[in-house]
Design a protein around this ligand. Structure first.
Ligand SMILES: [Zn+2]
Length: 329
């Protein structure tokens, strides 16, 4: 159950900074933490919230880069920083990987403590709500399309649920990489907005058959990359939508994780399936640079006061949003 209540102020460890939260965006991860996942222990009471923007309240002794008053965002993924994976930029594969707001108290709060090396300067010109809206969704989309699927200008990319945080980010990243983008959306208004983000084709995933539309648009060839995060409801169609040699990248399963598939599609067509989970710090910094250059734009659906976090989560759960839902603290 999600409840608004008083909690003690976090006490930073020797290597942690204290951040006064100004805004915190919602992610499906928040709902997964609340509902519980097998083999994941979430200590209670737990403060959700992985996408944080705020102002530095205090820094550890000897900190050179950041000072009290600096406007920051927070890299939500924490690797140990010392293992072979972390040292090769694959923090997300660290065996000790943890996420702020998912087992560690996060940003649905006035104050949060974070490791000092997880502070990132907030891009200038962005509001706190905009700044909180992009880290997790865009680093995930970047990791999926750039690092995993190695998307290029000749590719056609199918992005499922373009209204979601990751979907609305993936449309933009895929366009930036020069790909042709097909996106699915659930109603006319979301379809228009997806077009506004640069999508070349939009399919109504309730009103039209996605697979036959993809075949029509690609003249039966199929797409090179599918950005999957829906899971059970779409998985088999996503595989069938791929061209020979196509790549499916998945970062979530909002409709269920126990999927079935016809393996013959995988080997006959030489398909590749990539799992994708968060991203490395280097990838987040790359995303920040793209925002600073004006080549990506934040997509904020709505802003709720912190007290109404439960209403905000209900909006996300009901898929009524387009882009990110943000809590203002
Ligand atoms: Zn590590």
């Amino acid at each position: 159950m999600l409840q608004y209540e008083d909690a003690p102020d976090p006490v930073p460890n020797a290597d942690e900074a204290l951040v006064r939260v100004k805004a915190c965006a919602l992610n499906h991860l928040d709902v997964w933490a609340r509902n519980g996942l097998p083999n994941v222990e979430i200590p209670m009471p737990h403060i959700s919230g992985s996408d944080i923007a705020g102002v530095v309240e205090g820094v550890p002794e000897g900190e050179q880069k950041f000072a009290k008053g600096d406007e920051v965002i927070v890299n939500p993924g924490i690797g140990c920083g010392r293992c072979d994976r972390c040292l090769s930029g694959k923090d997300d594969q660290c065996k000790d990987y943890a996420i702020i707001g998912y087992g560690i108290d996060g940003g649905y709060a006035e104050l949060v403590k974070v490791r000092r090396d997880h502070l990132v300067k907030k891009p200038p010109g962005m509001t706190f709500e905009e700044a909180a809206s992009f880290p997790l969704a865009f680093e995930t989309a970047y990791h999926m399309l750039v690092t995993k699927a190695r998307t290029g200008p000749g590719d056609t990319v199918l992005v499922l649920a373009g209204n979601s945080g990751v979907g609305s980010a993936a449309v933009q990243v895929a366009k930036l990489l020069g790909a042709k983008v097909i996106v699915t959306a659930g109603d006319q208004e979301k379809m228009e907005r997806a077009k506004g983000l640069g999508a070349d084709y939009v399919i109504n995933h309730y009103g039209e058959d996605v697979l036959s539309e993809v075949r029509r648009i690609t003249e039966k060839r199929g797409v090179d990359v599918v950005v999957e995060h829906v899971g059970k409801a779409t998985w088999s169609g996503s595989l069938k939508a791929l061209a020979r040699g196509g790549r499916l990248v998945t970062c979530g399963a909002t409709t269920g994780a126990d999927v079935t598939m016809d393996l013959r599609y995988v080997y006959n067509r030489e398909l590749t399936i990539y799992g994708s989970f968060m991203a490395g710090m280097g990838e987040l910094l790359e995303v920040v640079r793209l925002f600073e250059q004006g080549r990506l734009k934040t997509v904020v659906d709505s802003v709720y006061p912190l007290q109404r976090a439960a209403d905000a989560q209900a909006r996300m759960d009901g898929s009524r949003h387009f882009g990110k839902i943000v809590l203002k603290v």
